[in-house]
Ligand binder design. Structure first.
Ligand SMILES: Nc1nc2c(c(=O)[nH]1)N[C@@H](CN(C=O)c1ccc(C(=O)N[C@@H](CCC(=O)O)C(=O)O)cc1)CN2
Length: 297
């Protein structure tokens, strides 16, 4: 069973590995205090990244990956102990377990190239996640998804039924989701979902934002006569395609390309950009600062 094989592999590979993600007002002594805390609590730093916006007094961002024997059994005690350091520096922080797979729910409509990329990466063992279900407003991907033993929920949507459908989506995911990926899901989410999953819904927009927001971006790009097309992975906010950007990439096109040529080239970029963003989210590499991100790759 693919799911169990993926889960077991990561549990062994990342046993005892934890991550601390921190954002706080910058001031001297933060790195020293966090390093001292980890040393005093029997943890060994494996990787440390930090970034300060403005030495004159901006925000400070940090991601530390560490090893501590028996972490899985003592992580709650470590979190309680860290509050002293966190309070001293007014930190926004979290400590996560690298070997606990995040529960990922994928939303898809008819276009399945991004879904397929995520499933392929997951099967290959590159995504430490448990795909707990796929939700779609079309039946097209049911056979593919269920062939991998993943539950598939078909929930057609109209403007009139959207509120009750979103309520059903929330009910289906309850207790079974850490984050959502919109893999070319062509429905605008209401604040009912967006607020509940703040900075935990990743969308792939098929343009190089902020260009060509909204529907049919390739048609917009073709009409504009662009020489570059792109894709953008971002966290979903109430405002369409305006959330914190996580990853982008581009590709050259020319006057010889029609709209379908743009879409065909665009599908390659969309898949790669979304997979990168999902992997970074799973690995706790993304910190959100207002409407921007800091990504520690
Ligand atoms: N609250 C948000 N929801 C969604 C976002 C977002 O940024 N905020 N991104 C979109 C993805 N998207 C482009 O990438 C997009 C999807 C759908 C539409 C749209 O006009 N949908 C219509 C219905 C269209 C149909 O039924 O075929 C609608 O929802 O009324 C525009 C852009 C995902 N959701």
């Amino acid at each position: 069973m693919v799911a169990q094989k993926v889960k077991t592999m990561f549990q062994e590979k990342y046993r005892g590995v934890g991550r601390i993600l921190i954002s706080c007002p910058d001031r001297p002594g933060i790195v020293a205090a966090v390093s001292k805390f980890l040393h005093e609590n029997g943890a060994n730093i494996l990787q440390s990244d930090q970034y300060t916006q403005d030495p004159e007094g901006g925000m400070f961002f940090m991601r530390i990956e560490f090893f501590k024997e028996g972490l899985e059994e003592t992580v709650d005690e470590l979190r309680r102990a860290f509050t002293t350091v966190a309070d001293q520096f007014s930190m926004n922080w979290k400590i996560t377990l690298a070997n606990r797979p995040k529960k990922m729910v994928i939303f898809v409509s008819k276009e399945d190239h991004c879904l397929r990329e995520l499933l392929w990466n997951w099967q290959a063992g590159d995504l430490n996640a448990e795909i707990t279900m796929v939700i779609s407003n079309h039946e097209d991907s049911r056979e593919l998804v269920e062939s991998l033993g993943i539950p598939y929920h078909y929930l057609p949507v109209t403007p009139e039924t959207k509120p009750e459908v979103e309520k059903k989506q929330r009910e289906l995911m309850e207790g079974n989701v850490d984050f959502i990926v919109l893999a070319r899901y062509m429905q605008i989410l209401s604040s009912y979902l967006v607020e509940h999953f703040r900075n935990r819904i990743i969308n792939i927009h098929h343009s190089f934002l902020p260009a060509f927001i909204g529907g049919k971006p390739y048609d917009q790009a073709y009409k504009r006569g662009v020489k570059i097309i792109g894709a953008t992975a971002h966290y979903v906010t109430e405002e369409l395609d305006a959330g914190p950007i996580i990853e982008q990439d581009v590709s050259r096109v020319s006057h010889r390309d029609n709209v379908n040529d743009l879409k065909k080239e665009g599908r390659h970029i969309e898949r790669i950009v979304l997979a990168r963003a999902v992997k970074w989210h799973i690995e706790d590499r993304i910190l959100v600062d207002k409407n921007k991100t800091v990504v520690f790759t």
